[in-house]
Every structure is written in structure tokens, then in C-alpha cells.
Design a protein around this ligand. Sequence first.
Ligand SMILES: *Cc1c(COP(=O)(O)O)cnc(C)c1O
Length: 388
Amino acid sequence: MNVKELDREYIAGTYARFPVVLTHGSGSLVYDEAGKEYIDMGSGIAVNAFGVADGEWISAVTAQLGKLQHSSNLYFTEPGALLAEQLCSRTGMKKVFFANSGAEANECAIKCARKYAADKYGADRRYKLVTLKNSFHGRTITTLAATGQDEYHKLFQPLTPGFVYAEANNCAALRALVEGDENIAAIMFELVQGEGGVLPLEYDFVQCIKELCAERDILMVCDEVQTGNGRTGTLYAWQQFDIVPDIMSTAKGLGGGLPIGACLMGEKVKDTMTPGTHGSTFGGNPAVCAGALNILGRIDDKLLAEVRAKSEYIVSELSAAPGVESVAGLGLMLGVKTAKPLDEVVTACRENGVLALTAHGKLRLLPALNIPMELVEKAVAVIKAACE
Ligand SMILES: *Cc1c(COP(=O)(O)O)cnc(C)c1O
């Protein structure tokens, strides 16, 4: 059997894959088994922050692999400690818990929010989290409950209780919900709803969340799993909204292609998680953290300025293109509404050598942060032609 047949036979049918078998790549170019070249405008869903087979990252990971690939969390190791230090010094957050995925980073954020409230107000009282309609927070039973989309919930009842949903960008409705419920511990949100269709929250709505949190000692939890690590043109998206979260989760791009999740805790909750309250066998794996440390160190002001410049180019080119109805997003996290049926556009892109993603009826672009301008221009030309 070939790869596609083996996969269909033996891998659980949870994915509707594009009909491409990828074998290797270099930077923002990837190749399939027939040798066809593609410009990768998805970077493994915002994971390969510096593209494929990045030399510096490989060196960082392999150097650590040659020393100690795993130790368990019963011992101290250097890479995780250095990574946590850099995450804190660049965000003002105080403590980091390392997990292995976005959903797990969010699980930690949710546990931390509930424990803060239980410690301060008594268990079984302030246990609820407000999340937003159309959000996405992961696939575990609890992060599914946090995800404000009914179609993900239907077949998996009962989900973890304690989540209530508010409409994004509706301050009055959020205020009414929060003021009408004494049991709210936290408000959790993505600053740009990714899976939900690449929709940035309005600045004023984010200020509304900030005010409500301050008035009522409610924790502000930012899910930066997708928006984080330079994706939106700042290290973390909240840095563009005049807020400082109490808890922040991130994952995807942080590991440069290896699995990592991180839950960052601010001043209020820095001592909430105590020995025995949480843990992870693989969390903080030294090889993964060594790679992440290399990635994070390279997301500097120069790279972030380039992310913003490439974003401006893509937005200005595509918003003026025939067949494009709208372009939304921040930085290199963009959603394009097309007049033509989306699957036609994605297929035309692929046939012409551009891999693009979709989200809620939109073409979704998440290229590597260091994609060369020349490849951006080529990809934009292919996307324009596919939309027309
Ligand atoms: C991808 C994503 C998650 C889930 O991350 P996994 O690593 O797949 O568990 C959670 N939140 C947001 C905003 C995401 O984009």
C-alpha cells in the first residue's frame, strides 16, 4: 500500500486531509512525493515559525538530543529554565508551566483560574469561566467545553461544566452576563479568533473585558496558542491591546515544529499552582525547550517589523484583488473571504504550487514568520489568480 492507502486503512479517520503527501522541505518551500514544489502559506498551522528544516533550530535541538533528551520533571534541567526566564522577561509574566500542546496549556490556565478563585473565595463558588462564542480552545473535554461553538459539543456530552459564553465585541451583553453571575472566576479569549475565521477582537471590547476584570477581581486569560510567538506582529497579541493578562497560554509556533505548550502566570496567580496541583510527564522536555529557546530568541524587533511589513503587503494586494470580498486578521495571521467557493480556491492554489489553509469559510494564511518577500509575492500572485 502507498502512504495514502496505509493512512486511510490504519489512521483514525479524524482528519480530512488534502490529497498531498509531503516528504521534506526547506524554509517556506515544501515538496510532495512526486517532487512538486509548494510555497507553504500554512506553516503546519502556525507551528513552523521559521519554516521547515531550519538549520539553527536543528542545531539547537540536536545538540540537546546528544546530551539528554528527557529527564522527567523530578530533576532540574537547563533549557526549560532558560526558556521560562525569557518568556517571563519578555512579557512581564512571573511563572511558566510547560505542557505539550495548546489544549494542555489551556487546561493549566483553566485549572489555575479555578484554583485562584477557590483559594480566595472558597471552593465551589467562583468556578465559572466566560469564553466567547465562535472561539476555539482545544479538543480535550474541558477545552471543548471552553470552545464556544455548538457543533463541536453535540456528540460529546456531558462536557466539563462551568463555562458560559458571551458574544464577541458586545460589551453590554458581557457586562450583563458578568454582573448577573457571582460565580465567575475568569474571562478567557483569543485576541484574534483563529479557527473561528481569523477575526480580531475590537480594541474597545478588549478594554471592556479589562474593566470588568478589574472591577470584580475576575482573571483575564488570553489564549495565545495561535496568535502568540510573533504571529500577529508583536511577540504576543495582547501587547497591541493595552492589556496585561493574568494568565496566558501559548503553543503552536513556540516550539518551531516540536510539541510544546506553555501557560504563563502573572503577578496575581504566580503562587497559585503549588506542588501536586498539576504536572506533565513530557512537559518542559529539554530537547523541545532547547529548540523553543532558539526560536523565541530570534523573534526580535527586526523580525516583528518584517512580519508587519509582509502583512501590510498581503493585505493591500489581496483586498484590492477581484474576487476577494474581505481580508481580516493581524500580522501573518490572515483570513480571506473569497467570492468563489472556498474549496475551488484552495484547490487552484495547491495545483499552482501554494498551500493555504481554511477557517470558517475563509482562506487562512499563516506563513512562516521569516518567509522571504519574493515567495510572499509569488504566493499572492497565485492566490489572486485563484480568486479571480
Ligand atoms: C490550535 C489551538 C488550540 C489547540 O492547540 P492544540 O495544540 O491542537 O491542542 C487552542 N487554542 C487556540 C486558539 C488554537 O488556535
